[in-house]
Design a protein around this ligand. Structure first.
Ligand code: SF4
Length: 545
């Protein structure tokens, strides 16, 4: 069923004038709804428990399921004859990940995100109870019950932080609107994806087709692959304030503004520029970066929204939705409690034949480190590998602690020298399994430590996602190190099928940021930086046919 959005009229045209969109909803309940007479109005009274049910169900669904339209776009990469072999490999892994995740045990990504709740409460709706607490309770329930990850850090002081252990606080914004229903948009936004939101304060000079395209081209290149492409990319040109520009980026990345008009008018209404969207999409295809390891499919699609502006300002926003494209709509009206129907059968999008990384080199990680380095040294950047054996998992907090030890004259632990280091932090482990969803985190955050660690004999083989700095490339060249890119956005596949053993080795008080010793079998990765000064992200045009 698809409830119609309530139409309203106004003397003053609204800035955002989307057409009512056709959303496929499923009914999840009716309990806790009542009609109450209030003066001349019929009011819909919603018990706080009904709100909690909706929020809890929304974040449960969106942690495991994707929209059909998104899955269709992933499948299209497999069918596109212009896709590179690596594009196809990434798309295939993403579809396999969706199938595992949809079974409800492994979330689609280990970063299960910040909970964001955007609501539009009709004027004829009353909530019986504490709306804020009802929303928070739904979030807390989902993160407690399911195999998700607690990612929120509380600043106990300016420099000391602690994990809140509930994934709270959440970002909650409720707007008052006309109508008889309560509409919701729920977003679970991962850190890597959120980090690719940018604001640029420009001037009218940018409002020229050639300049704007050159600007978009320059900015797209800075996004890189750390947020797990293929992306849904957004540019917002204009805005009545910087925060409105960035809020519009967020909404457009969820497809919430897809039904805006496609032309501007005298009132200053927001519109989509379809022609520019096509031109920017072409720019992304020509980059060569592809779906993480070279090719055409850096982006699934592009949205360009034009907003009005103050004559002296031109804010421009850019952002993405990543491969964990997690948003879901909800609605409560007199007919029930409704949740957007996401795809529960992603296996329907799989091709008939398996796509694998052609000629991947098998590397045994349990041989001495010099032997691993020797084998890697024989490969070219962008070559696929399948890793089996022992890895050490460590990320931000551990790197900061070990850096302090080095400064104090202490050596790196042996495990940092003897094994490859995987930058990651797991979600909870489902019962009966060895690991939870356990995908790579953004490598670049560890960049400042690498030269010192490699000089001390550690971090000689690193595995994570995204591009690295020149500093890391030079350090690998100097110290004989390597960086391998793992497929971002495929945490459920890695957690269920690839990681066969996990044990906490050190810093267990760091929670998901502790040092883990893991065993992997056929862990797929690509050589990104080698020991000869080559970096896939700088040499890629020559490699991609
Ligand atoms: S898919 Fe990548 S960018 Fe998105 S939430 Fe997961 S790790 Fe972060």
């Amino acid at each position: 069923m698809s409830p119609e959005a309530t139409k309203d009229s106004s003397l003053f045209p609204k800035l955002f004038q989307p057409e009512a969109s056709a959303v496929q909803y499923r009914k999840i309940g009716q309990k806790g709804l009542a009609e109450t007479r209030f003066g001349s109005r019929n009011m819909l009274t919603i018990d706080a428990a009904a709100i909690t049910l909706l929020v809890q169900s929304a974040f449960a669904d969106v942690s495991h399921l994707l929209r059909p339209a998104h899955l269709h776009q992933v499948r299209k990469i497999l069918d596109d004859t212009e896709s590179s072999a690596n594009d196809r490999f990434v798309a295939m892994e993403l579809l396999k990940n969706a199938v595992i995740s949809a079974q409800g045990k492994f979330p689609s990504c280990q970063d299960t995100g910040t909970a964001i709740v955007l609501g539009k409460k009709g004027e004829n709706v009353l909530v019986d109870g504490n709306l804020h607490d009802a929303i928070c309770q739904g979030i807390v329930n989902t993160w407690q019950i399911r195999n998700l990850r607690f990612s929120q850090m509380a600043p106990v002081s300016m420099y000391v932080e602690t994990n809140t252990g509930t994934n709270m606080p959440a970002q909650i914004e409720i707007e008052a609107v006309q109508g008889d229903s309560f509409e919701f948009l729920f977003i679970a936004k991962g850190g890597g994806s959120a980090n690719k939101t940018f604001l640029f304060q420009e001037t009218k000079r940018l409002l020229d087709r050639e300049r704007l395209l050159a600007f978009c081209d320059e900015k797209i290149r800075t996004i890189g692959t750390t947020a797990c492409p293929p992306y849904h990319l957004v540019f917002v040109i204009g805005g009545l304030s910087a925060d409105q520009t960035l809020k519009t980026v967020k909404l457009a990345s969820t497809k919430e503004l897809d039904d805006l008009p496609t032309t501007g008018d005298q009132t200053g209404r927001a519109f989509r520029d379809l022609q520019l969207e096509g031109e920017v999409l072409k720019l992304t295809q020509d980059l060569g970066m592809g779906a993480q390891f070279g090719g055409k499919h850096f982006c699934h699609d592009v949205r360009v929204i034009r907003l009005p502006r103050h004559g002296g300002s031109l804010p421009v926003g850019m952002g993405v939705s990543c491969s964990a494209d997690r948003q879901i709509k909800g609605r409560i009206d007199q007919d029930g409690i409704w949740l957007e129907q996401l795809e529960t059968n992603p296996e329907n999008y799989l091709p008939e034949t398996e796509v694998s990384a052609a000629s991947a080199k098998h590397i045994n990680l349990d041989q001495p480190m010099p032997e691993i380095l020797k084998q890697l040294s024989q490969l070219q950047v962008a070559d696929p590998v399948l890793l089996s054996g022992t890895m050490i998992v460590a990320r931000d907090l551990v790197h900061a602690e070990l850096a302090k030890k080095l400064v104090a004259g202490q050596p790196l632990p042996d495990y940092f020298r003897d094994f490859p280091i995987y930058y990651a932090g797991p979600a909870k482990t489902p019962e009966g399994h060895a690991s939870g969803s356990f995908g790579p985190t953004t490598a670049a955050r560890m960049d400042p430590y690498i030269a010192d660690f490699q000089a001390a004999g550690g971090s000689l083989v690193m595995i994570a996602k995204g591009n690295r700095s020149q500093q890391v490339m030079r350090s690998c060249n100097t110290h004989g190190g390597f960086y391998l890119g793992s497929v971002g956005g495929t945490a459920a596949v890695l957690g269920r099928d690839v990681i066969t053993h996990v044990e906490t080795l050190d810093y267990d008080d760091f929670g998901m940021e502790a040092v883990f010793k893991i065993t992997v079998k056929n862990f797929p990765a690509f050589l990104i930086i080698d020991d000869k000064g080559n970096d896939f992200f700088t040499v890629k045009p020559a490699l991609i046919s």
